[in-house]
Design a protein around this ligand. Structure first.
Ligand code: NAI
Length: 308
């Protein structure tokens, strides 16, 4: 199974690293516009093989899409971060141009690939990719909920003082610090609702910490995070390539689900070899429904900037 990752920066290279050492794919191609950069990252990752014990073939190319031919999954992490003085519209315009040309290029060589969109603003970039390529909705998957959910589980595990792997929880809605919705009501520790262990004040703090989870890391690191984002993409790719049918919150095109249409936003999905195999319409309470509608309004508002 072959995976191409466009953008060999922090998130793309970390994703390639995790996919390789976990043996999720037999081949990974990193592609970047920076001359020699993807080649260097691929070489560095490949030189881990004997110490971490993997056989995945990892290569890097500068803008040569012919080397990506026959990919089963293409991950798009190319884009630029917002720079001082840059408006949101300008950022969206630049990243939309990058994402659209990347999607066109990869599909010329891998017409059957599933596309995982990571570049921010991710929900808007996922929507753009769907509209620009005209591909069926199951083949365009926005990655954000997997990361936000893992951060939610991290903060829950800290509050509970229990291992994250025993915590089950999900974040839906937009992938932004004011649009995401940590579903505290449905979070559990070994099957028991976390509300049995944590007060409503503690749960509110966990939700608030989750929502600024990315910003907290940017404040500490001086740039946005990459270990958890890269691992979250690899987790999603694993479920696709190995047809694991995991339930993962992904940004997906909605056609009436959760009362929304013509928008890509995070909802629980079954992820397998066909990409988005099912959208799960879970029962939200009135408060969660209202938060979801508000989140969708914000994402839709951002999508408007694609047209300006
Ligand atoms: P980065 O700056 O380290 O890497 C981006 C890479 O894309 C650079 O190496 C750059 O040369 C490359 N690039 C730019 N234009 C390109 C093009 N046309 N073709 C090929 N490569 C191109 O950035 P980082 O930290 O890896 O983040 C990547 C993107 O992912 C950003 O948009 C970031 O906001 C987003 N992100 C999304 C997350 C999510 O949960 N959806 C989480 C973390 C980051």
């Amino acid at each position: 199974m072959k995976v191409t990752i466009v953008g060999a920066g922090n998130v793309g290279a970390t994703c390639a690293d995790v996919i390789s050492y976990r043996g999720i794919a037999s081949e990974v191609v990193l592609l970047d516009i920076r001359e020699g950069f993807a080649e260097g990252k691929a070489m560095d990752i490949s030189q881990c093989a004997t110490n971490t014990g993997f056989n995945t073939k990892v290569s890097g190319v500068t803008n040569d899409y012919s080397k990506t031919a026959g990919s089963d999954v293409v991950v798009i992490t190319s884009g630029i971060p917002r720079k001082p003085g840059m408006t949101r519209e300008e950022l969206i315009g630049i990243n939309a141009g990058i994402v659209k040309s990347v999607a066109d290029n990869v599909l010329q060589h891998s017409p059957d690939a599933l596309i995982v969109v990571v570049s921010n603003p991710m929900d808007t970039m996922t929507y753009l990719t769907l509209k620009a390529t005209g591909l069926p909705k199951n083949r365009i998957i926005g990655m954000g909920g997997a990361l936000d959910s893992s951060r939610f589980k991290y903060y829950l595990s800290k509050a509970l003082d229990k291992p994250s792997n025993d915590v089950s929880a999900m974040v839906i809605g937009g992938h932004g610090d004011t649009t995401m919705i940590p579903l505290t009501r449905l979070a559990s520790y070994n099957g028991i609702p976390v509300s049995e262990f944590l007060s409503s004040e503690q749960l509110a703090k966990v939700a608030a910490d989750t929502m600024v989870g990315g910003a907290t890391l940017t404040g500490l690191l001086g740039t946005s995070a990459w270990y958890a984002p890269g691992a979250s993409v690899a987790y999603l790719v694993d479920s696709i390539l190995n047809d694991q049918k995991k339930m993962i919150a992904c940004s997906v095109f909605l056609e009436g689900e959760y009362g929304q249409s013509d928008i890509c936003i995070g909802v629980p999905c079954i992820i397998g070899k066909n990409g988005i195999e099912q959208i799960l319409d879970i029962n939200l309470d009135e408060n969660e429904k209202a938060l979801f509608a508000k989140s969708a309004d914000a994402v839709r508002n951002m999508n408007q900037d694609l047209k300006s």
